[in-house]
Design a protein around this ligand. Structure first.
Ligand code: SF4
Length: 393
């Protein structure tokens, strides 16, 4: 079996000018039209923001976020001074929130040390907060034309097939080998940024995963060893990801006068600094019991321990709405406990614990709630504080 140590890039090396010319022509003719792309005058700030948003997130999901972000924070100076809560609100639903925090930290460093501009040197870029080798290569090549590789999952797949290389693409050694090969080829390109983006687009639209490569449409079919050997469906080789830990959680939707209680999460750890509906970890058995258990006033007695700590006087409660959210390492299986509380509420005591009653407008504009809770937020916004008492006993 071939490994990365004996991959054979000789063919690409020998025909590099033609390979790069074909890719460049294909990119100019067929590139995806994306709001952060400007082939004539790329904007480094736009390239940076889009590359960070695109980490772990599909292009289609990023477009609207990007447009909103750029319209509110049009440059590095605006990003460097945005309040944290507003930044989180702009990022709400994109996930991996440390990316947003690093963006702001990086913008502050750029303002302080680089006169408010992005450096073009990949090594300088890679030292900035939140910018790793891939993003440094992407910014340097796309925004400034520097001949530096940017190897993402798409590029790994395309190269494993071009080279008919059975190395495990989840290994750092494979990424390093492909990065070195591209670094060697790119100085011969007319535009290194076009080549990096061409390979990314090729992987996203033609050399797609799941053994379904659309080789007859591929501009570099003639260079592809896997195509010649009839093994495109066997590549890339990728070790299975580790399975996620599953957590069962009850989500408390505590309502009062058309408002719902939200709390700020700690500044460290999962979903740090974002807002959430209070909740607790439960066992799978408890979740089953909740689904079949009492509702209405009987539920108050049965489940008081879950919301009693908030010092609220509750009128009725019910369980409803199961939902699931998948993080990179954890999977949350959730069930909502809806509690209608009576006036007056101890709002000042709650505020001391970073807990606030939010109305529909504040949920939409002020408090950043992660996508994990969107089923509950949407349900609340649709219902606008009108708890269904039909199950009351
Ligand atoms: S010929 Fe097929 S397998 Fe090879 S790079 Fe093109 S799309 Fe991918």
């Amino acid at each position: 079996m071939k490994t990365v140590t004996d991959m054979d890039p000789q063919e690409l090396r020998e025909h590099k000018e033609e390979f790069l010319r074909v890719l460049n022509a294909w990119f100019i003719a067929e590139h995806r039209d994306l709001p952060w792309r400007d082939l004539d005058a790329p904007n480094p700030y736009h390239v940076w923001i889009s590359e960070i948003m695109l980490q772990q997130t599909r292009v289609s999901a990023v477009v609207d976020y990007f447009l909103r972000f750029i319209s509110e924070l049009p440059d590095i100076a605006a990003l460097a001074s945005v309040p944290d809560d507003r930044l989180m609100k702009l990022w709400e639903g994109l996930g991996y929130y440390s990316r947003a925090r690093n963006l702001k930290r990086c913008a502050q460093v750029l303002m302080h040390d680089f006169d408010g501009a992005m450096p073009r040197d990949p090594a300088a870029l890679a030292k900035l907060p939140g910018i790793g080798p891939y993003t440094a290569g992407a910014i340097a090549s796309i925004a400034f034309g520097e001949p530096k590789a940017a190897v993402d999952g798409n590029v790994l797949r395309v190269f494993s097939r071009l080279l008919a290389d059975r190395s495990d693409i989840s290994k750092e050694s494979t990424k390093k080998a492909y990065t070195e090969l591209l670094d060697e080829l790119l100085p011969y390109a007319h535009n290194a940024g076009h080549i990096n983006q061409a390979i990314m687009d090729l992987g996203a639209t033609i050399c797609i995963p799941g053994g379904e490569a659309r080789c007859s449409l591929c501009p570099v079919e003639g260079f592809c060893k896997a195509r010649r050997e009839g093994i495109t469906g066997e590549l890339p080789v990728k070790q299975r990801a580790q399975s996620r830990r599953q957590e069962h959680r009850v989500i408390l939707i505590l309502e009062n006068g058309g408002k719902v209680l939200v709390g700020k999460r700690p500044e460290q750890g999962l979903l740090a600094g974002l807002y959430e509906y209070p909740g607790a970890r439960i066992t799978p058995k408890q979740m089953e019991d909740f689904e079949q258990g009492p509702s209405g006033k009987r539920a108050l007695k049965a489940y008081e321990s879950l919301f009693g700590e908030f010092g609220l006087t509750a009128k009725k409660a019910r369980f409803a709405l199961r939902s699931k959210h998948i993080f990179s390492h954890i999977e949350w299986e959730m069930i909502g406990l809806y509690v209608e509380t009576a006036d007056p509420c101890a709002t000042e005591a709650l505020a001391e614990k970073n807990l606030y009653f939010a109305d529909a407008g504040e949920l939409k504009e002020r408090y950043a709630l992660p996508g994990a809770f969107s089923a509950y937020t949407n349900e609340f916004l649709n219902r606008r504080g009108d708890i269904d008492g039909s199950h009351e006993t």
